[in-house]
Design a protein around this ligand. Structure first.
Ligand SMILES: [Cu+2]
Length: 481
């Protein structure tokens, strides 16, 4: 497992906040006098070169404002343009520059505790400030306004520092990875109702690995498809639309449904068509859904699977964080690791000889681009399913023990306590809960570990004290006499 451990040799956190460039200093000095009315937007493009190196800063601009009655930060320019309290995504080792513009006149600042980094206070509309720091510490951290009451009033967002350097992105290939934190929150207590679920089947060229692409077939452009969350007794009205530019017919089979094909008999649709099927969520549990258009294995391997949770009355026990991870295999003509556009190999598919094993659709999906983040002391839940189409997973988190496992995806049987590895078959799912006692890095694997060499690994990055009582290098400490 040298491959996995090498990535975790992090340098000591560099926590000094400092002014970076002449431009940054000028802007910071402008904080005492309002910036000119004309164009408060910094010359972002001049600073940020397209290829990110250690020295070219990754620049974000935040403007303070009011949205839906709350005080917020609003992203300016780039990927975060117009977003409320945008999540700032950076890579380990990058120099990060944050520009703050006062959008409405009250006093504000931006603080990131974990880096001891902060802007000066911007006073007066259009005043601005700039600060920078090096993102040496991997994890998910809050940025917020330290003026009394402002954080509580809504001025808070997240910065995600991902391990490893930023890879050269393929310009034409889409990111098809479903962020494991992308799932709806608990339903809890409410009466049964009609829940409308909209799904679109989309075929698109996606990024499989650095320099490698694959034509994925998806629900809603991501692998896995959206996490659907209902409660027992709900009526689920599924609107399935097949994108006009698709080549194939598609459909959907919900394992949470009772009836012909799990709905697939009513949803076989050609490109540009739409179908509706309605089913009762009769039994609580965590269930797979997938495309069921022949050859079904071909549609599933290409990415057409997802999970639906049917909550029991009152919901599941509360946890601090929930995640959504699914495993699948790809059968390509080209061997694992080849650059370029991969082609599906039907012979390998039907003889079950995959080249790739993947969490959430691509190599490095949960290590490089979308790791799981948590804090020490938190309880974590992973909804884990296998799309397959063929391989059973021996799901394990290196360095952790599952406190509770909802075996075979049953939420009406008591969970099993104290489990190292859980077997999840294709077309099956489970729920695992565990409390993270110690900060550090944990690794999601299928413990059939040869598959880690074909793309199957994910990181759970836990911020917090590395509690020596639980584990430390060297011999046991002597008990006090
Ligand atoms: Cu399909």
């Amino acid at each position: 497992m040298a491959m996995l451990s090498v990535l975790f040799l992090l340098s000591p956190a560099f926590t000094q906040s400092h002014q970076h460039s002449g431009k940054a200093t000028d802007t910071a000095q402008a904080q005492s006098t309002p910036a000119p009315e004309a164009d408060p937007q910094p010359a972002r493009d001049a600073d940020a070169s397209p290829t990110v190196s250690y020295h070219a800063p990754t620049v974000f601009t935040l403007r303070t404002g009011i949205a839906t009655g709350r005080m917020v930060y609003i992203g300016v320019g780039g990927d975060i343009d117009g977003q409320i309290n945008p999540t700032l995504m950076v890579h380990e080792g990058e120099l990060v520059q944050i520009n703050l513009i006062n959008g409405e006149g009250a006093e504000h600042d931006v603080v990131i505790d974990q880096y001891a980094a902060r802007s000066s206070i911007v006073v007066g509309k259009n005043a601005s400030s700039t600060f920078s720091f090096t993102a040496t510490k991997v994890g998910e951290f809050s940025y917020f306004c330290s003026i009394a009451g402002h954080r509580q009033a809504g001025m808070e967002g997240l910065i995600q520092v991902m391990p490893g350097q930023r890879a050269a992105m393929d310009t034409d290939a889409a990111d098809i990875v479903r962020d494991p934190a992308d799932l709806p929150g608990p339903i809890g207590q409410r009466p049964p109702q009609v829940v409308r679920v909209d799904l679109e089947t989309v075929e698109l060229t996606g990024r499989l690995d650095d320099g490698t692409t694959y034509v994925y077939w998806t629900f809603d452009r991501k692998v896995p498809g959206p996490f659907v969350r209902v409660r027992v007794g709900d009526t689920v009205e599924v609107h399935l639309k097949n994108a006009a530019d698709s080549v194939m017919m598609h459909s959907v089979d919900f394992h949470a449904a009772t009836g012909p094909g799990g709905g697939a008999d009513f949803t076989q649709i050609a490109p540009g068509e739409e179908a509706v099927v309605t089913f009762q969520a009769l039994k609580p549990g965590i269930y797979v859904y997938h495309c069921a258009t022949p050859s079904v294995a071909h549609h599933i391997t290409s990415g057409m699977y997802g999970l639906i949770l049917v909550e029991p009355e009152g919901g599941l026990p509360q946890v601090d964080r929930e995640f959504y991870v699914m495993q699948g295999e790809l059968y390509t003509v080209e061997p694992f690791g080849t650059q370029g556009e991969m082609e599906m190999d039907y012979d390998k598919l039907i003889s079950e000889r995959p080249e790739y094993f993947l969490f959430n659709g691509s190599v490095g999906a949960l290590t490089k681009s979308h790791p799981l983040y948590a804090n020490a002391g938190e309880t974590v839940r992973i909804f884990f399913g296998v799309g397959g189409p063929n391989y059973t997973s021996s799901f394990h988190v290196i360095g952790e023990i599952f406190d509770h496992v909802y075996t075979l995806g049953s939420v009406t049987s008591p969970p099993v306590a104290g489990v190292q590895t859980v077997t999840v078959p294709p077309g099956g799912a489970t729920i695992v809960d565990f409390k993270i006692d110690r900060g550090g890095h944990y690794v999601l694997v299928d413990h059939a570990l040869s598959r880690a060499e074909r793309g199957l690994a994910g990181y759970l990055i836990v911020d917090g004290p590395e509690n020596d009582d639980i584990m430390h290098a060297g011999p046991a400490k002597k008990a006090a006499e």
